[in-house]
Design a protein. Structure first.
Length: 283
């Protein structure tokens, strides 16, 4: 994946090395975090809710350093997240609308306070709609490779694009649409929301080179890495690995085949109009 010459917006809040904390209690944001925030590890939403409930109210997370990180990992997140925002800026402009980027991409270690409660590395990367920030512990990259077998920078970029896809859903009302449909099951609002975010990640992958003038680009092999990442985090794959059985009634993100199919749909169409999973008769 090419990214070294990509634009950096510096929309990064670096909390690495700081002690974790929490913001407020559970609230609606905590519920949303439990439903869509854990993204990769397949943790039951009730586990997330319990963790958030255990936080003492009134704690505040000290703000981290905002700007352009100097380390390689931080630079990568800065470039990719900027590229994703640039793509969505173009998409919104084509419709005569204005795209508002996330309030920041927060890099942290182990745990940190968020507008949705306590964010923990075990949840995987997540988006909190209450404060409109993406949260990422960079140790997750090791988990992505060793635990899920999804290697390469393109797999990491897919994760970032997916989470910013949740921000786009928040801006366009798709998150509320999913909540009205219910949170669990093979045909639930949560599954449709996650698959749409996968498709949005594919749209970014298809448009990145054109928007960045080639400074950020993915070749066919990179797309395969993204597909492998999508496959690795399907509900059926995760449940088989952790429980030894597959329970579709508890799906929240979709099967490996579905996640690959919708990511590929976004790549092929390069158009978010092809990503309306809520109207799809078959996921």
């Amino acid at each position: 994946m090419r990214w070294g010459g990509g634009r950096r917006s510096g929309n990064i809040e670096d909390r690495r090395g700081m002690s974790g904390g929490a913001v407020g209690g559970l609230g609606a944001g905590g519920v949303v975090l439990a439903l869509i925030g854990y993204f990769v590890f397949g943790i039951d939403p009730s586990t997330t809710l319990n963790a958030v409930n255990a936080v003492s109210p009134g704690q505040q997370q000290e703000a981290g350093e905002v700007g352009q990180p100097k380390d390689e990992g931080g630079k990568f997140v800065d470039v990719v997240s900027t590229s994703v925002d640039d793509v969505w800026t173009q998409v919104f402009q084509s419709k005569g609308e204005r795209y508002q980027p996330p309030a920041g991409v927060v890099l942290y270690d182990q745990a940190t306070g968020t507008g949705c409660g306590t964010g923990q590395a075990a949840m995987g990367p997540f988006y909190c709609p209450s404060d409109q920030k993406v949260y990422l512990d960079l140790s997750f990259w090791n988990e992505l490779e060793t635990k899920f077998g999804a290697q390469g920078e393109a797999a990491r970029a897919y994760v970032i694009a997916h989470e910013i896809g949740h921000h786009v859903q928040h801006l366009t009302g798709q998150t509320e649409r999913a909540e009205r449909m219910g949170a669990r099951g093979a045909d639930s609002g949560s599954v449709r929301l996650e698959l749409q975010a996968d498709c949005f990640a594919g749209v970014w992958a298809a448009r990145a080179s054109q928007v960045s003038g080639g400074a950020v680009s993915l070749d066919p092999r990179d797309i395969e890495d993204g597909l492998r990442a999508a496959s690795a985090v399907g509900d059926d794959t995760l449940q088989e690995q952790t429980q030894g059985r597959v329970a579709p009634d508890s799906f929240t993100h979709g099967t490996s085949a579905q996640r690959m199919r919708w990511f590929k749909a976004g790549v092929s169409a390069a158009d978010p109009a092809a990503c309306d999973t809520f109207k799809a008769a078959q996921l």
